[in-house]
Ligand binder design. Structure first.
Ligand code: SF4
Ligand code: SF4
Length: 67
C-alpha cells in the first residue's frame, strides 16, 4: 500500500501538500514538529495512491513517497 513519510525537521507547515493531494490524504499535525511548525502527516491509512504530487509540490523536499 503506498504511503508517505514527512521529515518533521524539514517541514515548514505550509500546507501546500495538503491542498494538492487529490485524495485529501494529508492533514496537519496538532503537535509541534522538531522545527517548530505543525508538520503534515498522512491523515488515514489506505488513502495514498502514490501519485507523488505532494512530493513534487513540497518546497522543502520533506516528503518521501513509498509505493
Ligand atoms: S502521494 Fe499522492 S495520494 Fe499520496 S499523499 Fe501524496 S499527493 Fe496524496
Ligand atoms: S508541502 Fe512540504 S513543507 Fe509544506 S506542509 Fe507539506 S511537507 Fe510540510
Amino acid at each position: 500500500m503506498p504511503r508517505i513519510e514527512v521529515d518533521e525537521t524539514l517541514c515548514k507547515g505550509c500546507e501546500l501538500c495538503k491542498m494538492t493531494c487529490p485524495k485529501q490524504c494529508i492533514e496537519m499535525s496538532d503537535k509541534f514538529g522538531k522545527s517548530g511548525y505543525f508538520p503534515a502527516k498522512l491523515a488515514k491509512e489506505d488513502c495514498c495512491i502514490g501519485c507523488k504530487m505532494c512530493y513534487q509540490v513540497c518546497p522543502d523536499v520533506a516528503i518521501t513517497v513509498y509505493k
